[in-house]
Design a binder for this molecule. Structure first.
Ligand SMILES: *[C@@H]1O[C@H](CO)[C@@H](O)[C@H](O)[C@H]1NC(C)=O
Ligand SMILES: *[C@@H]1O[C@H](CO)[C@@H](O)[C@H](O)[C@H]1NC(C)=O
Ligand SMILES: CC(=O)N[C@H]1CO[C@H](CO)[C@@H](O)[C@@H]1O
Length: 357
């Protein structure tokens, strides 16, 4: 809190002496026994102020003003602070889900508050889902942590339990020599973290977090477009790895992507689990690489060989595979859906010697 606006507010509240204002030391929390001559209090320059002793009446008036001003300036509960920050859609949805009373209760809570833009840019299927207030309530509770979790205590791959029950994952990256923080891959607005409310704190998010339905494998298995991937991962014996704690980043080819690989290759691979495992591991990175934290450059896959990531205004491309859906929320990392299977360098045609045999 800046001192000068406080001084001016109090001076106005205190009224009285024409042309006079009061200077308070809010840090000490007590009224300094001085009156200052009202010079135009331009740009934080308190050094020019002349001090004179206060009368006891003036001290009394000032103390009353301080009490009043403190009441007025004390932050409200989380929904009020969210409103002040312009997170009006969040506040509306909190009301709709019947969570306002909870978020105004003693708490304390930490809320990751998505902006209005974050809500309006949700994909249609999510908007449809959150038109159901039960689902909406679950998603909103996934944005609330019990207790106060300040931004300084966030660390890379930290998992924190939410009020909803499932954990969300924090990631910290360095991108273009700046720190990028994400919560379940939603970018955190680091210029608006640790916003104080009477019953907790609020960190602003640039996207809405979707609670993970399960781990990498369970999530892929629940979606019909990944039937080939799930079959391949099972045949290759990679399920115990990929449903482990990880965390992992999976570039997940759709069935359509598998349909584009050279004829016969998939059948050959399915008959050769160790080779299939190599190809599949070429789709997995160790660690959670959310799109907000991705930079262009080579990264090493679980297979040991590199893929080249290209981040541009056109989106994210991995070697020649385009990410068509980024930041799929899972419990043990993240899934980015790709439109083309990644083949390790020795699979480039026409060198498919082993597959030709
Ligand atoms: C809302 O979602 C819940 C939980 O998924 C479900 O049980 C309920 O039937 C849904 N309500 C409507 C009106 O669709
Ligand atoms: C990255 O993608 C952009 C846009 O498609 C392209 O112009 C650029 O050449 C690519 N960079 C590399 C290193 O491939
Ligand atoms: C097919 C293809 O482009 N493969 C490349 C993927 O990126 C790695 C790392 O830069 C290269 O070594 C591969 O040749």
């Amino acid at each position: 809190m800046e001192l000068l606006p406080v001084v001016l507010t109090l001076a106005v509240l205190a009224g009285s002496h024409t042309g006079m204002s009061y200077y308070l030391d809010m840090n000490v929390g007590s009224v300094r026994r001085m009156v200052v001559e009202y010079v135009p209090l331009a740009q934080n320059d308190v050094s020019k102020l002349k001090t004179v002793p206060l009368t006891s009446l003036a001290v009394h008036q000032l103390q009353q003003s301080i009490t009043r001003a403190e009441t007025e300036m004390a932050p409200g509960p989380i929904p009020a602070v969210a409103g002040d920050l312009g997170l009006t859609e969040l506040v509306d949805l909190v009301v709709k889900a019947g969570l306002k009373d909870t978020l105004e209760s003693a708490g304390p809570f930490t809320v990751f508050g998505p902006t209005n833009d974050a809500f309006s840019s949700l994909p249609g299927w999510v908007k449809e889902q959150i038109s159901n207030v039960t689902v909406l309530g679950e998603i909103l509770k996934f944005h609330v942590l019990p207790g106060k979790v300040e931004s300084k205590s966030l660390s890379n791959e930290l998992q924190v339990p939410t009020v909803e029950g499932r954990k969300l994952r924090i990631n910290l990256y360095t991108k273009d020599s700046k720190t990028v923080a994400t919560a379940q891959c939603a970018p955190v607005d680091l210029s608006r973290v640790d916003q104080t409310a009477s019953n907790g704190i609020l960190h602003v998010l640039d996207a809405v977090m979707i609670p993970p339905a399960g781990d990498l494998i369970a999530t892929a298995a629940s979606l019909p477009m990944f039937s080939t991937l799930v079959k391949a991962v099972t045949v290759a014996g990679l399920v115990p790895t990929l449903n482990g704690p990880g965390p992992f980043t999976l570039f997940a080819p759709t069935d359509k992507a598998f349909g584009k690989i050279p004829p016969g290759l998939l059948e050959k691979l399915l008959e050769n689990p160790p080779e299939l495992a190599k190809v599949l591991k070429y789709h997995v990175l160790s660690g959670t690489f959310c799109s907000a934290g991705l930079s262009s450059g080579d990264v090493t896959t679980l297979d040991g060989r590199n893929v080249a990531i290209n981040v541009s205004s056109d989106g994210v491309v991995v070697n020649e595979s385009k990410v068509i859906y980024a930041d799929g929320s899972v419990t043990n990392g993240v899934v980015h859906v790709i439109d083309t299977v990644l083949l390790p360098p020795d699979y480039s045609l026409p060198d498919l010697t082993w597959a030709r045999q």
